[in-house]
Design a protein around this ligand. Structure first.
Ligand code: AOF
Ligand code: ZN
Length: 370
């Protein structure tokens, strides 16, 4: 696998990122057409329902695509029921592409190797696996959702160095800096839904919209088993849709009032009197590909303890709050023994302004711990 392949694939990945936030639940895809060592066409998937990356790049290349190489961050698609664009494999063959270099296969069960197979059958050379890890990471949401039809769950917390998300007087504004807050808005645009517990609504009254970044508004979800959400809560504002996830404990009058404010009310099965999070995720997966869980402390533990978090994003501020009555980042029962703790794999650290952003993947995610 030569340097040249990686260079062009890196460019394709860069192009793919331009669709950030707009393609869900479809993947981020980039395409580069190369003839005699030079780029003669580029494309990316810009918006859900719009043309695929391949189509855009082939159109840009025009007749120069004849006999050229095509670099793709994802296997090209084939025809399948319910699809809204023409299959890319046919377009590649019609354009006379000689060789296709892909980063990864498309895990969509309707594609899953069929695209590559059809190319090979038609005599097109296929090289697979160039920058595969980068490509899988770029589309970690799509890879999860297309296989499970449940959302990719990211737990985001803003905490002090000593692990608190609010002071002893329950105040949390602001622990992290402005840059971190801007990054959070970018995350809200990327992920399809944002979720908080009703405790956070009562304590902070967040609006959970995207304001400090370019991007689509997420679906807002409030976990509220008993129906305690105030009707004047900012999360019920009209700028973005809202779901209140509840149980039969919510009085009918509250449900009616919430509907009157434009919110959807989902009465879900329960576990120990609270909303069954697995049932919630199954229903949410019919609507979107991902959810950013923004707390609070009890909600964080509920998701983590059940093995329902796929990724964490913890923003640490260079600040110590102290206080035995302060709110810990993660509440609940916790574990009795350090060996039972939830281990985080592939931890990465980056600086965001004065803060540190730690990302990683909880080990037991998806398997379930309860
Ligand atoms: C995209 N953009 O650039 C590529 C995709 O409904 P459709 O016709 O847009 O097809 C969506 C599927 O096509 C998607 O789930 C994925 O399997 C495949 N590839 N999708 O949105 C692209 N190359
Ligand atoms: Zn396609």
């Amino acid at each position: 696998m030569g340097e040249g392949h990686e260079g062009f694939m890196r460019r394709a990945l860069e192009l793919a990122r331009r669709g950030w936030g707009w393609t869900r639940p479809n993947p981020l895809v980039g395409a580069v057409v190369v003839k005699d060592g030079e780029i003669v066409g580029e494309g990316w998937h810009a918006v859900r329902g719009g043309p695929h990356a391949e189509e855009v790049a082939l159109r840009a290349a025009g007749a120069r695509a004849q006999g050229a190489d095509l670099y793709l961050t994802l296997e090209p698609c084939v025809d399948f029921p319910g699809k809204c664009t023409p299959p890319c494999v046919d377009a590649l063959l019609a354009a006379g592409i000689r060789r296709v270099i892909v980063a990864t296969r498309d895990p969509n069960p309707c594609v899953d190797g069929r695209g590559l197979h059809r190319l090979q059958e038609a005599g097109v050379e296929v090289i697979e696996g160039v920058l595969a890890d980068e490509a899988r990471k770029l589309n970690e949401v799509f890879f999860h959702w297309i296989r499970t039809r449940t959302p990719f769950v990211v737990l985001k917390l803003a905490l002090s160095l000593d692990g608190k998300i609010a002071t002893r007087t329950r105040r949390s504004r602001w622990i992290t800096g402005e840059e971190s807050r801007r990054v959070v808005h970018l995350l809200r645009a990327r992920y399809g839904a944002v979720l908080v517990g009703v405790g956070t609504v009562l304590a902070d009254d967040p609006s959970l919209t995207v304001r400090e970044a370019e991007g689509p508004q997420p679906l807002r979800v409030v976990l509220d088993s008993a129906g305690r959400i105030p009707l004047e809560a900012k999360v019920l504002s009209p700028e973005a849709p809202t779901v209140v996830a509840t149980t039969d404990r919510m009085p009918d009058s509250v449900e009616e009032a919430l509907r009157g404010k434009g919110a959807e009310v989902w009465r879900l099965p329960t576990v120990g009197g609270e909303v069954d999070l697995r049932a919630l995720l199954r229903r949410l997966g019919e609507r979107t590909d991902s959810v950013l869980v923004e707390g609070g402390s009890e909600v964080a533990w509920s998701f983590l303890a059940r093995g329902l978090v796929h990724k964490i994003a913890f923003f640490y501020a260079p600040l110590v709050l102290g206080g035995r009555e302060a709110v810990p980042a993660v509440g609940g029962e916790g574990v009795a023994n350090p060996a039972e703790g939830i281990r985080i794999r592939n931890l990465e650290v980056e600086r965001v302004g004065e803060d540190l952003l730690l990302t990683g993947y909880p080990e037991a995610s998806g398997k379930g711990r309860d």
